[in-house]
Write a protein that binds this ligand. Structure first.
Ligand SMILES: Cc1cc2nc3c(=O)[nH]c(=O)nc-3n(C[C@H](O)[C@H](O)[C@H](O)COP(=O)(O)OP(=O)(O)OC[C@H]3O[C@@H](n4cnc5c(N)ncnc54)[C@H](O)[C@@H]3O)c2cc1C
Ligand code: FES
Length: 282
């Protein structure tokens, strides 16, 4: 559908927040779901691009009016997006895929983000806080190359989320990777669930730590996507079969029984223990 650009604010050298008017999508979505977006006229680039829904926005009457997309300029499509102005029309499909699941009575959770992986986590924090009673204890662990890559920190602090930062250049917080903080923070706080979004290597490490401490973990995967609706199979990923077919057992000798799932339709959020990382290639 065609939607109207309300704003396109630059947040940093390569970071923008695009505000779209789409009252049909805003109330219907779950944090972790995404949209396919073509922000340019014609078919060059040919394919729309996938973006997590960052948050919804509303007018004073409290009716949800639309969504924000938090994005980083990395190539031709996002460069064209950066040139959008209020009043421009763009093409959008969504909300798509399956979002994060919030268990009944959730009392504590870690939200772990790497770089642009922060995009779906703010709305998730809002939803957990809105839906859970008594108020759950939330911690954000956020990593990036430098402090200018850590977006939306102030908003999490305003939500009273406890924030732990890591930067590779040491400009703020722990010097190193966000995953290096997990072995000390997890045993201290023992969250009920870990939600993670970011680069695959980070997700794999988080999944490993979560499994070690036997904490349920949901990860939001990224794949190159052509259609976003389950038709083209460009986004498939290997996942473990919950019920191995007759005669096949995960005995440590035979390969893990697996299936292919479409990240756009069956995900992008998966239970971490389901995912076969790097499609099984070490
Ligand atoms: C479900 C989902 C949600 C996403 N949410 C966000 C978001 O909220 N904010 C955001 O900035 N980006 C997000 N992305 C990534 C975003 O789709 C890509 O950055 C975008 O498609 C790049 O388009 P481009 O034309 O600018 O770059 P291209 O010219 O297509 O590519 C430039 C570079 O980016 C790499 N790239 C392209 N797409 C992806 C991808 N899906 N994953 C990893 N690397 C990629 C390419 O390999 C290439 O190196 C998401 C991706 C998925 C699958
Ligand atoms: S992007 Fe086409 S099936 Fe997932």
């Amino acid at each position: 559908m065609e939607t109207l650009v309300m704003d396109n604010i630059q947040l940093g050298p390569n970071y923008f927040c695009l505000r779209l008017l789409c009252p049909e999508i805003a109330p219907a979505y779950q944090p972790g779901q995404f949209v396919m977006l073509r922000a340019w006229a014609g078919y060059d680039p040919l394919l729309p691009r996938p973006f997590a829904i960052h948050q919804t926005w509303q007018r004073q009457d409290q009716e949800q009016q639309g969504i924000d997309i938090l994005y980083q300029v990395v190539g031709r499509g996002t460069r064209l997006m950066a040139g959008l102005k209020p009043g421009d029309q763009i093409y959008l499909v969504g909300p798509l895929g399956k979002g994060f699941i919030i268990p009944e009575g959730l009392q504590s959770a870690f939200l772990v983000g790497g770089g642009m992986g922060i995009a779906p986590l703010l709305a998730l924090a809002h939803k957990i806080i809105r839906d859970s009673r008594p108020s759950p204890k939330l911690s954000l662990l956020l990593g990036g190359k430098g402090k200018e890559d850590l977006l939306r920190v102030k908003e999490f602090i305003e939500l009273k989320v406890s924030v732990h930062l890591a930067t590779e250049d040491g400009s703020v917080g722990h010097k190193g990777l966000v995953t290096e903080m997990l072995p000390t923070i997890i045993p201290r706080q023992r969250p009920q669930v870990i939600y993670a979004s970011g680069p695959e290597a980070m997700l794999k490490k988080i999944a490993h730590e979560a499994s070690y401490y036997e904490i349920p973990c949901q990860v939001s995967l990224e794949r190159l996507m052509a259609c976003g609706i389950g038709a083209c199979l460009s986004c498939v990923t290997k996942t473990r079969l919950a019920q191995p077919p007759e005669g096949l057992s995960p005995d440590g000798v035979s390969p893990t029984p697996f299936q292919y799932q479409r990240v756009c339709l069956d995900g992008p959020v998966f239970e971490a223990q389901e995912v076969i990382w790097n499609n099984g290639a070490e």
